[in-house]
Each structure stands twice: as structure tokens, then as C-alpha cells.
Design a binder for this molecule. Sequence first.
Ligand SMILES: Cc1ncc(C[n+]2csc(CCOP(=O)(O)OP(=O)(O)O)c2C)c(N)n1
Ligand SMILES: [Mg+2]
Length: 1028
Amino acid sequence: MMRRALQRVSSRIPNAFMASTSATVAVCSSTAVVSSMRCYTDAKTVRAPHVYEQFVASSNSDYVESLLKQYRENKANVDETWWPILENLDSAAPDQALIESFQRPEDQDLSSHLVTEKDRVDNMRLAWMVRAYETVGHSIATLDPLGLYEADLDTTIPVGLEPSRFGFKPEDMDRSFFATFGGALGQSFQQMVTGTTRTPMKLRDIVAKLRQLHCGNIGFEFMNSGYLDLRNWFRAQVLSAAEPLPAKERKEIYEDVVKACGLEQFLHRKYSTLKRFGLDGAEALVPALNATLSAAANSGVETVTLGMPHRGRINVLVNVCGKPLKNIFNEFEGKTAKEDVKGTGDVKYHLGIHSKMTTRSGKELFVNLLANPSHLEAVNPLVLGKTRARQVYTKDTEMNKNLPILLHGDAAFAGQGPCYEVMGLCELENYHVGGTIHIVVNNQVGFTTDPVQSRSSRYCTDLSRVCNAPVLHVNADDVDAVVKAARIAFAFRKEFKRDAIIDLVCYRRYGHNESDVPDFTQPLMYDAIRKHQVLVDLQADKLVREGVMSKEEVLLVKKEYESVLRKEFDEAANDDSFIKVKSPYEEANSNRYTNILEMGALRETGVAISNLKKIGEKLTAVPEGFTPHPTIAKNIAARRAAVESGSGVEWCLAEALAFGASALEGIHVRLSGQDVERGTFTQRHAVWTDYNNGEKHCSLTKLGHVQAPVVIANSSLSEFAVSGFEMGYSMENPKSLVIWEAQFGDFSNGAQVIWDQFLASAESKWTRQCGLAISLPHGYSGAGPEHSSARVERFLQLSDDPDTLPAQFSASSASTMLEARAALGNWQVCYPSTPANYYHMLRRQTHREFRKPLIFCFSKARLRAPNVSSLEEMAVGTFFLPVIDTGAAVPSQVRKVVFCSGQIESICADYRAKKQSADTDSNIGNDVVFVKLEQIAPFPWEHIGKVINKYHGANPATQFVWLQEEPKNMGMWDFVRPRFQNLLRHLGVFAPNERLTFIGRETAASPATGYGGVHKAEEDALVQAVFA
Ligand SMILES: Cc1ncc(C[n+]2csc(CCOP(=O)(O)OP(=O)(O)O)c2C)c(N)n1
Ligand SMILES: [Mg+2]
């Protein structure tokens, strides 16, 4: 897989361009080539160098020399495109051209000139200057609409772009330059600057042009973004951005501005005391987004998935995504759409929408703005995961049909960790989405905090370095420039399938929210803001001044929109109903059942043994010529023997059988997390690596022609971004089995926001179902505080499962009741202990009428024999067992029933087995019975009730105990205690003042001891207490 990933990247980036270079660099550095190499040009004329020659520049000398070294060792070490150059470097005469085929350009205008050494040096100076503008011109661009600050916070170090810095004298300013620097776009520098090869330019005009191109209202930061072709592509964009937009487009942009400003002003008038986190000061975002969507639709994009914070959300919902104004006004009036009152709901500036819109050019586009919590930037990974899933399902291999857009605040983008984690996914094989467009609403303040206090980087967009994304810094008061920047960003994403960032430098007209007082903290800024014209007026004046529209026309557009606003407002005042914006995917998620018992019927999760055997055969088939590691070869053979014999199925074979059977039923399976291909505990081996050549093989993808895709994907070392990504991925298609696995359960709290704000509550807040499964290694083995506990108590605390006896207790079969409760609850928490039960739990996840997140633990100590199952336990007619009663003894002889979950049962059982074989009394400990809760939430009331009745009925003196490894303030105790108490009382087992006994570790601050000896002593004490 790694190899394929490399191929993917290199197929986009031609070998010869892997190192950074540019045409202008080549000219600049021609005299500075390292001594061991020949200077690529001895020409007295400056001409466009061949692309290969540009490599032999000082900045690349190390690279070229290392190539040369490898080439000398063995030609085959080096890509053959380099051979002629390296050959010439190595052995040709010093004056021989490096590239035989290289032709010096026939420059008609220069042929009659004898170019002097001074000309040559001056041209080099000019090249340096051009490059300097390209590199740092953006830092003196006119970006701040208020004119108060530098967008890059760099006020102390002046950027030296004056001609004198490059060796020019004042008298040079009127000299004409005729140099052909070029290389870029196959054009000469003249073409780049003037659009013609014929006209020489005075130095002062060149400087003016460079200032106009690079230091105007768009600052182009692209020189670090990649290789020569990419830079040249950008140079062309810089040039075209200098062209004014056609009048028709400017009028359309003005209409967007009228709407964006008009809506905020209207809401401000009508609801001045309500928070809306308005877009005032950043209204150019609306035309920017609309321009992006139009460009996207025109180029074949079908779906755009958007993630954004609170700021301007209402405006984006209305003026970009098409949310009816009437609904917005209803929400401001405090009304709620009846069909949405299902769960707990959310505030209006968190809500999402999925709508079909028609762009100005008449193209249709689905726009999906995800609902998000207040947690800034937390929604980002979901947007990417959802986009990726759509790309997979729509076979969008070129990633041209599905586009993700993320909006950010300046402080949040610079400060929030998830931004970094998400940015890091952009080039990864199983996570990349062909580039994300980021738009930062850079209002130069975060709540009350100035940029100098909220970031250490120069720009708020410096996260661009993570993936070398180009950044277009743009002054939000120049709305035409904003639209140009948006179009360039989209075109870049389309061309290079990489992230692009727009830094929309703007201001915030009011406080953090509209009733906040910004003068407490930013008095000077707000003084300037109060004097600053609103964008719509600014733009209207500009259009009138430039003759694009008349005074009457600009007024008319404003008035027309105002009357639309008033009409919708009046309608909302007289009518409580909401206009339904139906998501095309809602059907798939909708709950068609009114009676939960109907939903609760348990579906078949077993598979015919003959089919399991066939799957097992394919799983263990080693391709011809493939050499697995000897240990893996043994593992494969053992798995093959297990499927053939029908017994000895270990944990990950059961998992693979569940994945395989599901894939053959058309269910897409995706397992993602750190090191999941092999498995952290060397348990999975779902992807094999050829011992001889490093090739990868995943037998789960070779089950048959009609199988759904199976993806087992090692992820980046991130919990937040990757689990969020998988949540977004799983939401796209309810008929998929998507699993995120933590390396150890302990690390999953790095994704706590994903659990709290999304997975546990998305359905309740936003009526969105999701079937994501979270796999958490959990269990005490003396490995210390951070390799023991998945903090299962936290997941249980987030469960909305009631702790009182359910009203419909035993209204139907135990399994039906449990399924029904799963359908109603927010998520499930399980800790399966046998391979077969694990298999059924995974299968159950997609074999039901509803989707529900699943959190499950597994024990790393129970991944191999003797913890094995048989195929019979997975066959047709077998199911997930929420409760396993391990008691083989006669119930009347049982004096203690120990309820527990997970590996602790096996620790106690092993102790008892040892004791029995060492002792003459082979019955020792048999009066203690272990009952394992394989599902903890929703609580299996009926299943446990049956167990209690069985033992209490046979022996009323039986004690009931809860056993756990975790300290008393952790683990499952707090969750199970009230439920057990209520159930025991309901069944008449306990009198009201009686208590369920607890066996476990003492309350503690840290989940586990770091001392091996202490761990052992604690464990021994638990076991002793159990059998006491
Ligand atoms: C993770 C997180 N931390 C803190 C907050 C509280 N908060 C809400 S908005 C805000 C300022 C955000 O500044 P910025 O990103 O620049 O966006 P702006 O409000 O300026 O548009 C803060 C700190 C939050 N919502 N989320
Ligand atoms: Mg801000």
C-alpha cells in the first residue's frame, strides 16, 4: 500500500520535478553552481534554460550530487530520465551542453544586440527582484480593509523589495530591459509582464507592474507550494488576476453583496438583542463561496460538503445554501419545525442543511453544510470523511465530482489542534479527498484577543506549511479580488488535487456577538470600524464610479432585496410552518417504524458454515510468488486449519470472517486507525507484506468479483482527526461497516470532542444517525496508567440509557427488547469476550433497521488461543449474546454469582483451573459463577433478569456481586449499580436497603499502577475476594 501511495504521489509529480526549482532561480543562480559541476551556461546572452538545467543550480546541488553518486554506483539506482544529464555531468567536456537536444532560443529582437556583461548582471538582478516579489510580495500587499495592521503581523522587518536591494541605481529606473528570463509558461518575462515579446519595459514600469501583480489586494503566497509547473501555473494566475472582471460578473457579485449585507442589516434591525454571530465586515464571504460553487458546478462537481463555524453561518445558509428566509425568521422568533423536534435540538447557528441549488450558470449542485457544535474546527474531519465516502460511492476516482470546503476563523485556524491533524490527512492514500478549499474569515480578532496574543505564526494561515498549500491573502473590501481568489483556489484544487487556502482579511463590525462591547478591548480598531463604509455601499460607489452601474441601478438592486426580506418576514410572522428542505439522503436514515418493538426484531447474523469455509479459504490464500514473513505464514496456516476443521477460530479470524461475509453481502467495510493493518498486538495481519519485495496484499479484498470494497487502513498518528473522519465517512452510507480503532483505548480521549459533541449526541441534536464502531483495546496487564483503560466509564456516562426499570420490561423477547432499546438510545457500549460474539456484534451493526454508534472494548490478552470459537458458533441461527452465563455448575449449589465484563472473568477462571488441577479437590471454586455482560449499554435488563431468577430461584441465599478490574470510580460500576439494584428489587431478590457487593480496585486518581509488583498484588487480591 505504501508503495502504491508513493506511486500515486509521483504520478502526479513528474520525477524530473521532484526538487524545487523555478525559471527565475535558474537564472539567478547560474553563476553560483557548485564547483564540482559545470556551470550550465556560459552564454553571454540570458536565455530560457532547459528544465533539467535548472536543477544544476546551487539550491539543488546536493540533490544532483547525490543522484550522481547513486548513478556512478549503478545506473539503475536513478530514474532513467536523468541518465543523459548525469552522463554529461560526469564525463562530457566542460563546454558541452548538458542536454544534447537543448536549443538556445532564437530571440529575434536580441540577435542584433551584443549583450554586455553588465546587461547580463542587470538581468540577473532583475530576476532576483522578480523572484523576491513572487516570494514575499504578499507581505506588503494591501490586505487590511481598515488599513491598520499587517495581515502577517510582521511590522518590524521591512521587506526589501526596493530596486536598490538588488543592486540597481536610481539611474537604472529609466533603462529598458529586454531580457528573456522566462521558462514560466513557455513565455518570456516580457510576456509574463507585458503580454508581448516585442516591447521592452523601463525598470520603473517593471517595478510598478510587479507591485500591481503581487502587492495589491491579493497577496499570492505560492512559492513554497511545489515544483516548477505548479509555480508557473500560479504565475499565470497572478497575471490573469490583474485583469478586471467583465461588467456582467461585477453586477452579479454586487447582487451577492447586497444580499449578504442586506440580510445582516435586516436581522440586526429586527433582532438586535439576539446572538447571530453575523458576517458584518466579512460579507465578501458570500460572493467568494458562490464563485467557488459556480466554478465547481461548471467543472462537473456534483456535491459540495461544507464545514464552518458560527460566524456568518446564517448568511451562508440563506445566501449560499438556499435555506428559506422564512425558516430563518421563524427560528429567530423561537419557533421550531415540528418534524425536527425529535431529540434535544440545537441553536440555530449550529444547524446544517443539505440542499440542491442551481448556480447562476444553471448548473445543479448538492450543497451539504454539516451541523456542528460550538467546538471550533471540530467538524473539519467529518467534512473530509464524508467527502471521501461520497467519492468512493460515486466512483469519483479523479475526485472531480465531490468537493470539500472548510471555513475557519483566524484565531481558531491558528490555535486549534484539529486543524493541524486534518491538514495532515491531505496526502494520505486512504484519507485524501483531492484537495480541500479553506476559507479563513480573518477578521483580525478572536473574541476579545488580538492576533499577537493568539498566534505565534506570522499569518493565521501558516498551517499551510503542513501540506504546502498555496495561500491567497485577499482584502475583503475588494470583492472582485475576493471572487478572483476563490476562482483561483478552485482551479488550483482541480488542477493539482491539493488544498488551497483563502485568507479573507476583513473585520468584525460588532463584538464577538452582536450584544458584546468590543471597545473594552479593541477601542482603536472599533473607532476605525465605525468610520468604515459597509461593503455594499463601498461596492455600489465603486461600480458607479467605474461606470459599471448607474446610481439608480445599484439602489434598485438593494431595494428589491429589501422588499424580499420584508415579505418573507411578514409571512413568517403570520404563519408558523417551516418550508421543508428535504435532504436527498434523509430517506436512507429515516425511521420508518412507529412501534419500537417492530424495529427490535433481531436479524440473522450467522452465516452458513460452508460459506464461512469458502471465505476462510480465500482469506488464507497466499498469492503465487508472494512470500509472507515466516511467522505470518504460520499464522495463515493456523487460520486455514481452523476454517477447515471448524474450530480454533481466534479473534481476528472471526473478525475477518465477519468482514468477509459482510463484504460479500454488499456491505462496504472500512477499518481505520493507527497500525491496524498488522494490528497493534500483532493480532490482525489483515494486510501482509511480501518478505522479499515489500509488496502489500490484503486477502479481504480478494474474496470474489461481487464483493463490496474492504479497506483496512493504517492512519496518521491522530485520534481526533481520524475518528472524526471515520464518523463523517460512516454517515454517508448507513449500509456500511466503518470502524475506528484506537491504538490503545487510553488514547481515545484525544478524540473526546468527537465522542461528546458528535458521536454521542449527533442524533439527538441534529437527527443524524450513524453506525460508526469504535474499537478500544482495554484491560489491565500491569502495563501502567496509559496502556490499561479505555475509560469505559466515560462512554457509559454518555449513554442516555435510563437507569430505572423500563416501562416495557419483558414486553417481548429479551433480544427484541434489547434491540428496541438500542434503536431508541444514543449508542451502544459492548465488551465482547469471545471471537464468535465479537463476530456477531460486528455483523449486528449493519443487520438491523437502524444505525447506532457502537463503542466496544477488547482485551489484548484474549486475542489468541485458548480464547477461540468454533464456526458452529457463527453459523446460521446463532446470534450475539448480550450476557454469557459461564456457570456449568448446578444452580442450587451456587453461592455467589459474579457479574463482570471482559477479561477479568478469564483471569479468575484461569486461577480456579490452576487451583483445581493443583489441589485434590477438583470442585474448588465451583460454587462461584461468572456471568459476563457482553453488552453494557443499553442495559440487557431481560437477559440479566433471567440469570438472576435462575440462580435466586435455585438458591435464595445466592449472593450477587459486581466484579471489575478498574478502580471503583472508574469502569462500569457507576453505570451498572443503579440498574442492578433496581432490577434486583423488581425481581424481589433484594430488600430496599440491601446492596450489590462491589469487588474491584480502590478509588484512584490514575487508572492503573505503574509498578508490576503492585499490579500483581492488586489482581491477586481481586481474585481472592471473588472466591472468598
Ligand atoms: C474549541 C473552542 N474553544 C473556545 C471557544 C469559544 N469561542 C467561541 S468564538 C471564539 C473566538 C473565535 O475567534 P475566530 O476563530 O477568530 O473567529 P471569529 O469569532 O473572530 O469569527 C472563541 C474563543 C469555542 N467555541 N470553541
Ligand atoms: Mg476572528
